[in-house]
Design a protein around this ligand. Sequence first.
Ligand code: IDP
Ligand code: MG
Length: 138
Amino acid sequence: MKELTLGIIKPDGVRRNLIGNIFSRVEKAELKIAAARMLKLDRAKAEGFYAVHKARPFFGSLVESMMAGNIVVFVLSGDNAITRWRELMGATDPSKAEKGTIRADLAENIERNTVHGSDALDTAKREVAYFFKEDEIF
Ligand code: IDP
Ligand code: MG
């Protein structure tokens, strides 16, 4: 099934010049970049994005790390794009992620883990709409 999913290159990834490396992996996997933009999150926007994690002990620190610098938000489209992008990313904790995944190869630690990806159809819908209008997605 053709899906849209939201990806983010987090501040640690942008700061370490990894945009091209990450987009190159996306292209090699034959996912289509249907929208992309660089921006910096303010506190309200970062907290709103991660609202599901509000009760977690790491929430405050996660929000700070997402506000620490520029990010690149993008939409991927393709068959099973949600799962395929999660597979490219690897597990949340880079020390547990499979070799060859973005997080295993590039991430700094479990919090500054370089990339985000939506985890299901409903969250993908919400997250894509959180950053992009329909007429910005190609
Ligand atoms: P995901 O990004 O792989 O979907 P989630 O469980 O949704 O992982 O967590 C969202 C983000 O919160 C993670 O990408 C990571 O930046 C941060 N995070 C998750 N678990 C921890 C933790 O145990 N310590 C610190 N940060 C965490
Ligand atoms: Mg998640």
